[in-house]
Design a protein around this ligand. Structure first.
Ligand code: OAD
Ligand code: ZN
Length: 242
């Protein structure tokens, strides 16, 4: 199916769910995880993004997250993020599920966002679990909770951790009630996000993918469009044929 066909389905959709991954932010300058220059090519996730790593060396883990905050803070949303915010304004019911922690969807104006993997700009107490936004940069080497003084951790999901049930349920509620799902810029390697498009399809929705290169799910989706999301998504907005 072509871009034109996706466009037609999009503007007829009653409930659209979009799932995004690192690819949507690539054109903003945020490194992806697995492609060329990907974070997990440079660093070992087990040393930096697991509960064990944090227990072993919280300063090192915080150094990594402070570095990522400094890298991402000056970056802006790209035309892909902005197009999704505009689509949200024009579709009766829209849910954006993102695996990204960079906060760029919100910066672009999207509002109904489910952040599956947390948020780089939020911190959580390791003892009382108080969660708050903290934009200060850099955070102290070992930041502490304002309520109880215990060590804070990044409010992100690490390898080996469960997603927050409330967040996961909200995502699956949306997936089970949508009639169109578009999966954008994710390699489809991390569960449960990886199988969400298939789940939507099983529930009767049409499933589409926009990605720079084919993924393990490309053949299963109804529509697979190869290219940059920052170039393709704005094209969905103009109603004329291309
Ligand atoms: P990956 O780095 O695994 O995949 C990024 C995908 O985006 C690849 O399939 C690229 O082909 C595609 N891509 C790159 N540039 C693009 C562009 N301009 N337009 C469209 N597509 C593009 O990132 P994720 O799938 O998001 O988890 O990774 C999933 C999770 O793994 C992340 O949320 C993170 C990571 O470990 C946690 O930190 C818990
Ligand atoms: Zn606390």
């Amino acid at each position: 199916m072509s871009l034109q066909e996706l466009k037609e389905k999009l503007w007829k959709a009653k409930h659209l769910v979009v799932l995004t991954g690192a690819g949507i932010s690539a054109e903003s300058g945020v490194p992806t995880f697995r492609g060329e220059g990907g974070l997990w090519k440079q660093f070992r996730a087990v040393d930096l993004a697991t509960p064990e790593a944090f227990a072993r060396d919280p300063e090192l883990v915080w150094e990594f997250y402070n570095w990522r905050r400094e890298l991402i803070a000056p970056l802006s949303p790209n035309p892909g993020h902005f197009a999704l915010a505009e689509i949200e304004r024009r579709i009766p019911h829209f849910t954006l599920i993102t695996q990204n922690i960079d906060g760029l969807h919100k910066k672009a104006g999207s509002t109904n966002i489910i952040e599956l993997h947390g948020n780089l700009w939020k911190v959580r107490c390791t003892r009382c679990e108080t969660t708050s936004e903290d934009l200060s940069m850099p955070l102290p080497k070992l930041p502490s909770c304002r309520s109880c003084g215990s060590l804070l951790r990044p409010h992100v999901v690490w390898f080996g951790e469960m997603l927050e049930p409330k967040v996961l349920n909200a995502a699956f509620d949306a997936i089970s009630s949508c009639d169109l799902m578009i999966v954008i810029g994710t390699s489809g390697t991390v569960q449960p996000a990886a199988s969400m498009g298939i789940q939507a399809k099983r529930n009767g929705a049409l499933a589409a993918e926009i990605n720079l290169e084919p993924t393990p799910y490309s053949d299963v989706y109804d529509i697979s469009i190869l290219g940059k999301s920052g170039e393709i998504l704005p094209k969905l907005l103009c109603r004329k044929e291309e």
